[in-house]
Design a protein around this ligand. Structure first.
Ligand code: NAP
Length: 356
């Protein structure tokens, strides 16, 4: 369509790739023109090689697109390429794309801790994208989306730190949806039905480090992102998998470093929070990045994950914590805000900031 930016998706057949495709439908800025996956899928029409697991049909404009291998030449002319690649291959492929001058927004973990690569949750740290002004302009833009369980947490933490200053301690337990494990191999029915699995490989490490980069700063002298030192924000995470399709819930306790605002002030802060996504009029921006739900039994994944089309984080059950300062329950949509949706909102921010 004339005037739109051209977009491609890598890992288009997977769980995150399918969400990218779904969320790009009707987007006023981006036109989806290229799809990439493994050599198992390349050369065939998308509908033929994809085990589509979304609630609506494969969009007709996408069904006949021939899937290509994930090589830069096949994506030449794309203004932005979203990556939902498996981490085992994302490192090498994304590097090739960026070296070829293509702009990559990635869901994979490979570059999240790279000191020159922004790790962005668009409704939490959109200002980190401004650091791209200092990038090596002979290469494409490379931005990483956070781990899915980190995304909801950091929006709530950002609201609180912006208003009340640093948080020194965070203790949390997550209850994570099975879609977060992808399709291949994914979580087996026999493992998760009638069950809770109290272990997700590598997930606790990500939750304990990613918020320190997302809430950290960019040094214009060293041109590097700087993490909040571990001793200044201690995070202790336990991650579990539960029989929920979409929506990661977390039970979170926090302690502020320098102050203890009242419970009413904390609740008001969570209600009032806004981000650049709304002020820059990004098309996918939710009306509110964060909502506080007053009902005593909310948030719940089935009822609340789609608030703001999955871009809004819902928080509830705010109360005093007898060990730290306060505790609350936080819910976010893991394949929207926690994955593909963030990628699209980041691309919209890059466009609003005239970076693409
Ligand atoms: N699921 C979530 O909620 C979530 C959230 C945040 C981040 N992530 C991250 O996002 C990435 C994708 O996750 P997912 O859940 O969507 O995984 P997935 O369902 O297993 O999909 C993986 C995709 O990678 C492609 N692929 C595999 N090997 C390849 C190769 N050698 N060359 C090119 N493409 C290859 C697959 O294509 P074929 O179909 O052709 O094999 C498929 O399109 C992962 O890095 C994951 O950690 C996932």
């Amino acid at each position: 369509m004339a005037g739109k930016l051209k977009a491609g998706v890598l890992g288009a057949t997977g769980s995150v790739g399918q969400r990218f495709i779904l969320l790009l439908q009707g987007n006023p800025l981006f036109d989806l023109v290229a799809l990439g996956a493994s050599s198992r899928s390349a050369g065939k029409a998308y509908a033929k090689v994809t085990s589509w697991k979304q609630g609506s049909h494969i969009p007709t404009s996408v069904a006949d697109i021939v899937v290509t291998e994930c090589v830069p030449e096949a994506f030449k002319g794309c203004d932005v390429v979203f990556s939902g690649l498996d981490a085992s291959v994302a490192g090498e492929i994304e590097e090739q794309f960026v070296n070829a001058g293509l702009n990559i927004i990635s869901n994979a973990k490979n570059f999240r801790q790279h000191s020159h690569v922004p790790l962005c949750v668009p409704t939490a740290n959109p200002e980190h994208l401004d650091a791209l002004e200092f990038r090596d302009k002979s290469r494409g833009i490379h931005v990483c989306i956070s781990n899915c369980s980190t995304a909801g947490l950091v929006v709530a933490l950002k609201a609180l730190t912006e208003k009340f200053g640093p948080i020194s301690h965070v203790v949390l337990t997550t209850l994570q949806a099975i879609s977060g494990a992808g399709f291949s191999p994914g979580v087996g029915g026999m493992d998760i039905l009638d069950n809770i699995v109290p272990y997700i490989g590598g997930e606790e490490d990500k939750l304990e480090i990613e918020p320190r980069k997302i809430l950290g700063s960019f040094s214009t002298s060293s041109k590097e992102f700087q993490l909040i030192p571990e001793q200044d924000m201690k995070i202790s995470a336990t991650t579990t998998r539960v029989p929920v399709i979409d929506g990661h819930t977390a039970s979170v306790s926090i302690k502020f470093a320098n102050t203890k605002p009242s419970l009413a002030e904390v609740q008001q802060c969570l209600t009032d929070y806004s981000s650049q996504c709304e002020t820059l009029h990004c098309p996918s921006a939710p009306e509110k990045p964060l909502v506080y739900l007053e009902q005593p039994d909310r948030p719940q994944p089935r009822l609340d994950r789609d608030i703001g089309n999955g871009f809004t984080v819902s928080v509830g059950r705010l109360r005093e914590d007898s060990v730290l300062d306060y505790k609350f329950v936080c819910l976010s949509h893991n394949t929207v805000l926690g994955a593909a949706g963030s990628g699209i909102l980041i691309a919209e921010l890059l466009h609003a900031k005239k970076l693409i």
